[in-house]
Design a protein. Structure first.
Length: 166
C-alpha cells in the first residue's frame, strides 16, 4: 500500500474508532492517526517515514528487514497492550495505536501481505489489490470521499463557509 493510501486509511480508521467509542472528532487526534499510519514502515529507509529518520530506519531494516517485526503479531500485541494500558485514558495514544494498526491491516489487503508470524517468513494476506495498482487508486478516491463526507463537509457547514456559497 502506498504511503498516501496508508494515511487516508489511518485517518478513516480513526474516524471509525472515534464513532464506535463516541469520541468527539478532534482534528489533532485525526492527524496523529494519519501520521502514525506511516510508523510501521520505519523498517524501510526509503519509505516516507523511514527516509525522515535514517538513523533509525537503516539499523532496523538491517536487523529485521522490511515488513518484519514492525508488521508482525508482536507489533499488534504491543498495540493492544498499549491501548489497554493507556489508550482508553489518552486519546492521542489511542490515535497512535489505531493509526499504526491500520497500516498492518492495509498492508494485509495487498498482494504482499504481512508476516504476522514473524520470524516465520510466510506472509498472510487478504489480497484485494496490488500496491500502486488501479484498485488502490479507486480505494484512495473512496477514502478521500469518506473523509470529506465525515469531516470536511460538516466542518465547512459549521464554520459557515458553505452558507456564503449556497
Ligand atoms: Zn508497511
Amino acid at each position: 500500500m502506498m504511503a498516501s493510501t496508508h494515511v487516508l486509511f489511518g485517518l478513516n480508521c480513526w474516524l471509525g474508532y472515534a464513532q464506535l467509542r463516541g469520541l468527539p472528532l478532534h482534528p489533532e487526534a485525526i492527524l496523529i492517526a494519519g501520521a502514525a499510519s506511516l510508523l510501521p514502515d520505519i523498517d524501510h529507509p526509503k519509505s516516507t517515514f523511514g527516509s525522515m529518520v535514517p538513523f533509525l530506519s537503516r539499523p532496523i531494516s538491517a536487523i529485521f528487514g522490511h515488513r518484519g517485526i514492525t508488521h508482525s503479531l508482536f507489533a499488534i500485541l504491543a498495540g493492544i497492550f498499549i491501548m489497554h494500558r493507556y489508550g482508553y485514558q489518552t486519546e492521542y495514544v489511542a490515535a497512535i495505536v489505531v493509526g499504526y494498526l491500520s497500516h498492518l491491516a492495509g498492508d494485509m489487503l495487498t498482494n504482499s501481505g504481512v508476516p504476522l508470524l514473524w520470524p516465520v517468513k510466510s506472509k498472510i494476506a487478504i489480497p484485494v489489490f496490488s500496491t500502486g495498482g488501479f484498485v488502490e487508486w479507486l480505494v484512495r478516491i473512496a477514502l478521500t470521499g469518506l473523509l470529506c463526507w465525515i469531516v470536511v463537509w460538516p466542518w465547512l457547514a459549521k464554520t459557515g463557509v458553505l452558507k456564503s456559497y449556497f
